[in-house]
Write a protein that binds this ligand. Structure first.
Ligand code: ADP
Ligand code: ZN
Length: 742
């Protein structure tokens, strides 16, 4: 028996080994094994069994061990790994590292800790003698003599400032007992998931929900691959539909994966799911980036062994080694957070769809604002569309008001942060003891240019994206095609001299609110507060219990939050996401507006939304006001079609970086010519151009965009071409397939 093994230690190559008699029965494709490489033993994953090699058998080395008795990757995951390797042009090693947690790859089973306890109860005289002769020994002995439980050795050493030699001396003398203990960890007892678990009774589904549950149920029962796109306004009961689908799978003995964009930001959703599944006796593994290695190992083992059949988690939970996968839910499928921004640069939603296909499972994508990629898959018949048209209990969607900031600026003849309308509404809420959330749009470059009088933003005539201002040479540049013009001194549209750079921080908004509502209790949530996780939870809890009147933060805090007493939501600056050099800018803005509005009026009282903008007539704003997703999608797909942007073609971003700007530019141009020669009729190139941020950490950056019909064909061709070109040593490159931000 010969196996092909992909090492996980810096060898990007399949190596072949013989398998000893003792391991033959237990090694399978997907198993983690230890193999000799050079003079060391390394961990690797078995990619194929019964491999064929043209090396004589006696020259092959032998597998030296097996890490776990179950394969780390199930057959569908192994196929998925190969697909990701090809599609995202990622090294196999990095793909496997993304899929298999470190603790599993290390072969650690449970964490082991050394513990100390007293083996002898010393008399007062013995202690006195010890104190004189060996003060460190006496310190440890006195401490242990008073302990009922064995104490962790590592902790004692540092806390009592004694050395390991001191412990050894006492062990030798028979006074101290040292033992190794396995430390139990509970994967679901982490700080994000605890505290709020409430076992809730499922509400009776309304008619629309019931129809969709039946439709999804039919796909589940068929046991064939199907994708459903659930489009439902915020608060229409989508989560309830997901829960029913998962329950159906669990009842039939299958497993389900439930993806959310970011676990840390959706504690409420996680608590709700756990409440429901755990009340029904299903251990629920919560999977996210803040888990310790030990917690990860426990959760993984529970899923791989079939002890747990449901996992809730962010992007990487799509690789959970569940048995008999029947369903993958992707909540908020439009969220850019599903895309990983380091290698392998995969998209969690796209991987979910592909994995469901391999497993003959159902993939349930849901959103109040589906991505245009998914929506166009409905149109071309690949996905099935299910729609929830109204909020649960016929609750009204909030009243949506647009403030034209150009008029505000004229009125006050100066810089305005909060419009008169927004201030009036906030004051009224404060009087009535209702709550307000103010969102600040975090996306956006301070380097885009907008006229404060007419709202005009200069766009590239070839690419329909905002141009970026370069202070150094006073120019506006397009970062897709390189088109360039001098930065205008007056507005190109209305000739006003009021053209300026944008940017608004949470702090400035907080100051503005303090001026108009001096007695209100405010809290600000920004990257600083988010870094201290307990603080973020504290704020949410204080907001819920009414200890805070106004919550200020970026749109990140808005996800999935459900506060019944919030009757006003303000968006301070809608434009920041609209005029970034990104063809998805309109889509992002529309999504932002709809999602933000969805936070208002979730309780018994109707909600109101106030959106401040310099471009009130923009499509994204107008369609969002009418909560008209279909209208927006039609209009935007039209634009995408005209410029042949995704979803009509795939986009691949190629970044070149290095210390020497001339060399990078020269090489990028040379490479572009090679691509043109080899792939000119399947790929359209734009660039090379300098990246929006030209210099990062003393490295210069150039980029090329490839537009193509099939990334699955073009990426391997690019990789093949790379092998034929001599790459300079100090030019590094990154390929990003289907990038989510430009
Ligand atoms: P979405 O995920 O679309 O935002 P949710 O599923 O969170 O919507 O539902 C919004 C609220 O309505 C939740 O508090 C949920 O418990 C409740 N809800 C959902 N479906 C029903 C129903 N059929 N009857 C009563 N309440 C429901
Ligand atoms: Zn352009």
């Amino acid at each position: 028996m010969i196996v092909g093994v992909q090492p996980l230690a810096g060898f990007d190559k399949l190596l072949h080994y013989k398998v000893p008699e003792t391991l033959r029965a237990s090694i399978r494709a997907g198993s983690l094994v230890r193999v000799p490489i050079l003079n060391q033993h390394k961990v690797g994953l078995v990619m194929e069994v019964n491999g064929v090699v043209d090396v004589p058998l006696e020259k092959l080395k032998t597998v030296s061990g097996l890490l776990q008795d179950y394969p780390a990757l199930t057959p569908d995951l192994l196929t998925l790994a190969k697909w990701m390797h090809g599609y995202y042009a990622a090294r196999m090693e990095s793909v496997l590292e993304a899929m298999i947690p470190g603790a599993v790859r290390d072969g650690t089973r449970l964490k082991q800790e050394k513990y100390l306890s007293a083996a002898h109860k010393p008399t007062t005289e013995e202690l006195a003698a010890l104190r004189k002769k060996a003060p460190q020994q006496s310190r440890l002995m006195e401490f242990l003599a008073h302990q009922f439980q064995p104490a962790k050795k590592s902790l004692l050493l540092s806390r009592l400032a004694v050395t390991a030699a001191v412990v050894n001396a006492l062990v030798k003398r028979g006074w101290v007992r040292e033992e190794v203990r396995h430390v139990e960890r509970v994967a679901y007892a982490d700080q994000w998931a605890t505290g709020e678990v409430v076992a809730t009774q499922p509400p009776k589904l309304n008619e629309e929900q019931a129809t969709i549950v039946t439709s999804v149920g039919a796909s589940l029962d068929k046991g064939k691959f199907a994708v459903h796109l659930l489009h439902g306004v915020t608060g229409s009961g989508k989560t309830e539909v997901y829960l029913h689908a998962v329950e159906r799978v669990l009842a039939a003995g299958g497993s389900a994966i439930y993806l959310v964009p970011e676990v840390a930001l959706t504690p409420q959703t996680v608590a709700r799911l756990r409440g429901r599944f755990e009340a029904a006796g299903h251990r629920t593994v919560v999977w996210h980036s803040h888990l310790s290695e030990g917690e990860r190992l426990d959760g993984w083992t529970a899923l791989a062994s079939g002890q747990a059949r449901v996992v809730v988690g962010a992007r990487s939970a799509v690789f959970a080694p569940v048995r008999d996968l029947r369903l993958i839910v992707v909540d908020e499928e439009h969220e850019p957070a599903y895309k990983q921004d380091e290698t392998p640069r995969y998209h969690g939603r796209d991987v979910a769809v592909y994995r469901a296909k391999l497993a003959n499972a159902t993939c349930l994508l849901g959103s109040a604002t589906p991505s245009l990629e998914s929506f166009s898959n409905v149109r071309n018949g690949r996905y099935r569309l299910d729609v929830l048209t109204k909020r649960v209990d016929d609750k009204q969607l909030p009243d949506f008001q647009i403030v034209d900031m150009r008029i505000e600026v004229m009125r006050t003849r100066g810089l305005v942060t909060l419009s008169r309308l927004l201030v009036n509404h906030m004051q009224a809420r404060f009087e009535r003891k209702e709550q307000t959330i103010l969102f600040i749009n975090r996306r956006g470059y301070s380097s885009s240019m907008q006229c404060r009088k007419c709202g005009h933003v200069e766009e590239c005539p070839h690419c329909s994206v905002a141009m970026t201002y370069h202070r150094a040479d006073e120019t506006l540049k397009c970062h897709l095609c390189g088109h360039e013009r001098g930065a205008p001194a007056v507005c190109p549209s209305c000739a006003a001299p009021d053209i300026r750079w944008r940017g608004l921080g949470t702090q400035r908004v907080e100051e503005a609110v303090r001026r108009v509502l001096p007695r209100a209790r405010l809290e600000r949530v920004d990257t600083d507060t988010m870094a201290k996780r307990h603080r973020f939870r504290e704020i949410l809890s204080d907001f819920r219990t009414g200890k805070i009147d106004v919550l200020i933060g970026t749109q990140m805090i808005g996800k999935g939050l459900d506060f019944p007493n919030v009757t006003l939501v303000g968006l301070v600056d809608a434009d920041l996401s609209m005029h970034v050099p990104d063809f998805r800018a309109n889509e992002r803005t529309f999504q932002l507006l709809v999602q933000v509005a969805g936070r208002a009026g979730r309780g018994d009282r109707a909600g109101e939304v106030v959106v401040q903008t310099f471009t009130p007539k923009a499509d994204a704003v107008q369609f969002a006001k009418n909560a008209d997703f279909n209208g927006f999608a039609e209009a935007e797909l039209h634009v995408r079609h005209r410029f042949q942007y995704p979803p009509y073609r795939h986009l691949i971003h190629h970044l070149f970086r290095g210390p020497n700007p001339e060399k990078i530019k020269f090489f990028a141009e040379h490479w572009a010519k090679e691509v043109e020669k080899a792939l000119g009729n399947t790929v359209e190139l734009r660039g090379p151009t300098p990246s929006p941020i030209e210099k990062v950490k003393d490295e210069y950056r150039y980029q090329i965009w490839y537009f193509c019909a099939s990334a699955a064909k073009v990426v391997p061709a690019l990789v093949k071409l790379q092998a034929t070109v001599k790459w300079p040593e100090d030019v590094f490159q990154v390929l990003d397939v289907d990038p989510m931000s430009l």
